[in-house]
Write a new protein. Structure first.
Length: 398
């Protein structure tokens, strides 16, 4: 398959980008509706928090399990086919939660459903990165991250309107998943090329572009901690449940607002230095959150800033990855990126929970600052020790 011209938007490239971004955004909307829905239903059925946590953890286990196989499937069958099958299976599986009451069946369904979603995210992000014009890669990834963030915000809003009772929320979630199939079919012929590079074991690519993959770990750890514990943070500071819930919304709004400007900025400066600046900005905004935590308005404003800045590590990290690699190598590296993000989602909330138990509500700030500062130190070390190759030329050391 012939690669599109590297520096311009042609019809095929636009069709492929629309297919991948449209599909995964609809999947993200369905996911953000479905995950709280499942947790609420388990709570209503009288299951303990531990059981709910185990069912939720199945998603992380599925991500770690499936990631090594996705690049191989993409090389063999092409990104379009793999994405289509993953999303179609997810669409079939989601309504099954409504028809079964057994917690064992739910655990199995959650595991398989998460296998499909993880595959969809890896393939779609590879597709987007592979087709993004070199000079506009950051802009494209910023658009993708913004639309995805909007989707993640819309899902819970839909759930709040329709409630968790009966078949309706499952029908809506299934419908959103089904809609995500249409862009894939429309852009099927814009399948990204995979003939370049050798690919290989995705573990090798954990360190090929380490500032990108460790950015994924950092944002996975910090973002999941902030999203999970910001309501707890608010409650432990003495705020009402309404204010505590608004903190989550503030983080989501920050994610939406910050992605595109940071993506566009990454097209204009050394992306490694931008990753360093984002990490330092995350440290500064976290400390600002702690400093103003006694004032509700300023707390919501600064925690939104914090969430938006930190989330920028994801889009800019993906952009940096795509600038360094292509073809099979990019597919494997993208799997490594998602793998590190998943590891961060497992490590971050566990460490933050322990930190808040030991240090009180500001343990959230302390733990996440340590994670961000560690990444900033690593980024500064890499920038000083390793010369940045010319933009969008393959490299194995950046």
């Amino acid at each position: 398959m012939t690669s599109p011209a590297p520096d311009r938007f042609d019809r095929r490239r636009l069709a492929g980008l629309a297919a991948a971004i449209g599909s995964i955004s609809a999947v993200g909307m369905s996911l953000s509706l479905g995950m709280p829905l499942l947790a609420v239903i388990l709570e209503q059925r009288g299951h303990s928090s531990s059981v709910i946590g185990l069912v939720t953890a199945a998603a992380g286990v599925a991500a770690l399990f499936s990631t090594p196989f996705v690049p191989m499937l993409t090389r063999r069958f092409g990104a379009a086919w793999v994405l289509l099958v993953a999303v179609t299976l997810g669409t079939v599986i989601f309504p099954l939660f409504y028809f079964f009451d057994s917690i064992i069946v739910w655990f199995v369904l959650r595991f398989v459903f998460s296998l499909c979603l993880n595959t969809a995210f890896i393939v779609s992000e590879f597709w987007i990165n592979a087709l993004a014009p070199a000079a506009k890669r950051g802009f494209v990834m910023g658009v993708y991250a913004t639309i995805l963030s909007i989707g993640f915000a819309v899902g819970p809003a839909i759930l709040s309107l329709i409630g968790s009772e009966g078949w309706l929320p499952f029908a809506v979630g299934t419908g959103l998943m089904a809609i995500s199939i249409l862009p894939i079919i429309a852009g099927f012929r814009a399948d990204p090329p995979t003939h370049e590079g050798k690919g290989g074991n995705f573990l090798h690519f954990l360190t090929v572009v380490p500032l990108a993959t460790f950015a994924a770990f950092t944002v996975g750890a910090v973002e999941s901690s902030v999203m999970s514990f910001s309501p707890v943070y608010g409650l432990r500071l003495g705020y009402s449940e309404q204010i505590a819930a608004l903190l989550v919304m503030a983080v989501a709004v920050g994610n939406i607002v910050a992605q595109l400007p940071l993506g566009m900025l990454s097209d204009r400066m050394d992306r490694r230095r931008l990753l360093l600046c984002i990490a330092l900005g995350g440290v500064a905004s976290a400390l600002l959150v702690a400093a103003v935590s006694s004032e509700a308005f300023w707390l919501m404003l600064t925690i939104g800033l914090w969430g938006g800045v930190v989330a920028g590590l994801y889009a800019v990290g993906l952009t940096h990855l795509g600038a360094r690699l292509s073809g099979n190598d990019l597919a494997s590296a993208n799997a490594a990126f998602i793998f590190m993000y998943s590891v961060g989602m497992l490590v971050g909330p566990a460490a933050t929970g322990a930190g808040m138990d030991a240090l009180g509500p500001q343990g959230l700030v302390v733990v996440t600052v340590l994670i961000l500062a560690s990444y900033a130190f690593f980024a500064a070390y890499r920038i000083r020790r390793v010369t940045e190759p010319n933009a969008d030329e393959p490299s194995s050391s950046s």
